[in-house]
Design a protein around this ligand. Structure first.
Ligand code: G3P
Ligand code: MG
Length: 252
């Protein structure tokens, strides 16, 4: 049985390799393929609007020069976030507001792993505003099961602390590339329910230690089904994958 804060498989950045990342089209694809969980990244615009975005600097998924810290929401909306993917079906994709993603996923009962991804110098504000907007869709309600709440995660302890102040009832997870020696203390101090760790830094002993300490464990980004099975055998609760075609929603 999976940990109560997770569904088992998360489509990374919305649609993995099958749709332009962090777009509504990616979320639509994950839903269409039957995924019960999606991960996406949230960053602030210059005027404090939380949007789905991975990179603080443009040039990869949004063409041209520029930075999120200098770009207002009204200007970002005019930018294209799909053309880089070179599939005519997605050529017109835009950078969505977090509000749009919350509305889309909550209406379809898709579990969200909302990764708070601050642009430089924006850690606390990003955590605060992302959590506040999530809480508008998911207000405190003791009758609601933990799996029905979005799980907020971040590499930034500062962002998670701000999220905890803004929406203490929403579960939080700490992201690490590699578990630090004091991972248990850091999870406890931050009031996190889970650790999200890069899969190639996990082994059977580390997985067992996290699980024995009573925390949830998500491994990212797992694209090989054999590796996925090993991780699950070691007790990993959930996986984030780019290969929606290989590690589908009913993967065991
Ligand atoms: O949340 C898991 C994973 O998305 C973290 O890495 O860089 O893909 O956001 P990244
Ligand atoms: Mg992410």
């Amino acid at each position: 049985m999976s940990y109560s804060y997770f569904t088992r498989i998360y489509a990374h950045r919305g649609g993995g390799t099958l749709a332009p990342e962090n777009t509504v089209q990616a979320l639509q694809l994950a839903h269409h393929m039957g995924f019960a969980g999606v991960e996406f990244d949230v960053m602030l615009t210059a005027d404090d609007e939380p949007v789905l975005m991975h990179d603080a600097e443009f040039g990869r998924t949004v063409f041209g020069a520029g930075q999120m810290n200098e770009t207002r929401w009204a200007d970002l909306q005019r930018k294209n976030a799909g053309a880089w993917f070179k599939d005519p079906r997605y050529a017109g994709a835009r950078v969505p507001h977090l509000d749009h993603a919350l509305s889309f996923c909550s209406a379809r009962n898709m579990h969200m792993n909302v990764e708070i991804k601050p642009a430089p110098g924006r850690d606390a504000r990003t955590g605060e505003l992302a959590a506040t907007l999530c809480a508008r869709y998911f207000p405190q309600d003791s009758n609601r099961a933990s799996i029905d709440l979005p799980l907020l995660s971040s590499f930034s302890a500062e962002a998670l602390a701000a999220a905890a102040l803004a929406a203490p009832h929403l579960p939080r997870a700490r992201l690490w590339r590699e578990l630090p020696p004091d991972w248990a203390a850091q999870l406890a101090v931050a009031g996190c329910v889970a650790a999200h760790v890069r899969h190639d830094h996990l082994d059977e002993a580390r997985c067992a230690a996290v699980k024995q300490a009573g925390y949830g464990l998500l491994a990212y980004t797992v694209n090989d089904p054999r590796r996925a099975r090993d991780l699950m055998a070691w007790g990993v609760d959930a996986l984030c994958t780019d290969r929606l075609d290989l590690i589908g929603p009913r993967f065991r």
